[in-house]
Design a protein around this ligand. Structure first.
Ligand SMILES: Cc1ncc(COP(=O)(O)O)c(C=O)c1O
Length: 449
């Protein structure tokens, strides 16, 4: 048996040698094991995981099919670099993923190790194919931590502070977040106003014919789980098509069943990307990503323009093949939609009960719950911190986005009983906040984004 408080001891030792740039702090736990939607720390405390390792374990922790695929492949061949020779797992995966992509016509894929490098690859292929240099992305976006993807991101100053110059040629426009809507403004007026802001660079300094791609998360993840208003998406898409600009989407967080569809872009009928990035849950959390795009775009660069020694590694590719089997055979896309409806109903009922719940957004088993000060309607970071910490104490892992949004993204295999238990925990925390019973944790200042 581990001694009680192994969590603290291990963390204290790790802290001596671990860069604070590499962790967003939440709870002082060291995760030891996981099964389905449950995780256990080194002291044996069990939690319902409402984060799914940042949406990277949609099939749940240690899914037996995925575990077996990894073990079997590891015993045969752990690595031979796909940069030089094909391996049977990755070779099988490529056409499978290409066929799943929401892109008509011939599609090709290229492997990476992270969502970040898949987004960098989007920039490379878009520039090569169009012969244009500019990329347009959105505030509130999180595309990753490499220079290209970080430059395209716009969610926290800590991702650009002290590290410039960033990648040249990336222009950011405001994402239409619900809290930017003015009082009494209709949805149509809001869309028109934000689209005018989108157009401003194009009308003043950014020649559309020099723009290679518009890169967007159709549903922003780290930005707060926010669906792009469909009418706005339509306008941006039309503008891209009219001007020969590639329409590129980031499906790293919201893809693979998370939104109740295979891909989040499928929540926008009639809109088809030219390029997209996939990662996180692709291999159930093993490091595998992909840039996926129309064949002619993916053929615009030659050998070595997008190779990585371990990308498409046989073990990760075996995990991905098993992951796709599980998503298909266990109907996880449909499950996400069905359980997501339950979650939507639950949070809407809570919203009716508690005036500090400002807005609830749920797309599949995937939601953002804004916590606000009822007097002002503004985001309440303190209340959010109290809530998420209390939920943690009661046995579920939930974190925040943008300080005042609860992030709800359980593994898609969560059982209905586990989900009901999570709702009971969350309701208890809400009721305790309403009764003024919750205090801030001691290290509240350090927690969160
Ligand atoms: C939408 C989106 N794109 C890209 C990334 C970066 O992926 P990775 O952390 O695997 O590099 C993330 C990670 O959170 C993400 O949410």
């Amino acid at each position: 048996m581990e001694e009680k408080n192994s969590n603290q001891q291990i963390l204290a030792a790790e802290e001596q040698a671990y860069s604070s740039a590499a962790r967003i702090k939440y709870y002082d736990i060291v995760i030891d094991k996981g099964q389905g939607a449950l995780i256990t720390d080194v002291d044996g405390n069990e939690y319902i995981d409402l984060l799914a390792s940042a949406s990277s374990t949609n099939t749940g922790h240690a899914h037996p099919r995925v575990v077996k695929a990894i073990q079997d492949q590891a015993a045969k061949l752990i690595q031979y670099t796909p940069a030089y020779f094909a391996n049977s797992q990755a070779a099988r995966l490529a056409p499978r993923l290409a066929a799943l992509a929401p892109i008509s016509g011939p599609v090709e894929v290229g492997w990476g190790n992270s969502g970040s490098d898949a987004n960098d690859a989007i920039i490379k292929f878009a520039r090569a194919y169009t012969g244009r240099q500019y990329i347009v992305s959105f505030t509130g976006a999180y595309h990753g931590s490499t220079y290209g993807s970080m430059t395209a991101s716009g969610v926290t100053l800590n991702m650009s502070r002290k590290m410039g110059p960033l990648l040249p040629g990336v222009v950011k426009v405001p994402f239409p977040s619900p809290w930017d809507k003015l009082e009494k403004e209709s949805e149509e007026e809001f869309v028109d106003r934000l689209f005018a802001a989108f157009m401003q660079p194009f009308e003043t300094y950014l020649p559309a014919e020099e723009v290679a791609a518009i890169l967007i998360e159709p549903i922003q993840g780290d930005g707060g789980i926010i669906k792009t208003p469909p009418a706005y998406m339509e306008k941006v898409y039309r503008f891209a098509k009219q001007n020969g600009i590639l329409f590129a989407i980031d499906e790293v967080n919201q893809g693979l069943g998370r939104t109740g569809k295979w891909w989040s872009i499928q929540n926008f009928p009639g809109i088809e990307p030219d390029l997209m990035s996939v990662g996180k849950s692709l291999a159930s959390g093993m490091p595998l990503s992909a840039v996926v795009g129309r064949k002619e775009i993916m053929e615009s660069l030659g050998p070595a323009a997008n190779t990585y020694t371990t990308a498409g590694n046989p073990v990760t590719a075996a995990a991905a093949n098993a992951t796709l089997d599980v998503i298909e055979e266990e109907h996880l896309v449909e499950r996400s939609a069905k359980l997501g409806q339950k979650a939507k109903d639950f949070f809407e009922q809570e919203q009716a009960k508690y005036d500090f719940i400002g807005d609830t957004r749920m797309y599949g088993l995937n939601g953002g719950i804004s916590i606000v000060n009822p007097a002002t309607g503004k985001g309440d970071i303190e209340a959010t911190t109290k809530l998420m910490y209390r939920i943690f104490e009661l046995g579920a892992i939930i974190i925040s986005l943008r300080g005042n949004i609860l992030r709800f993204q359980p593994p898609l295999v969560i059982t209905e009983a586990q989900l009901a238990k999570a709702f009971a925990i969350i309701d208890q925390a809400f009721s305790e906040l309403a009764a003024g019973k919750l205090a801030l944790p001691k290290n509240a200042e350090e927690l969160g984004w």
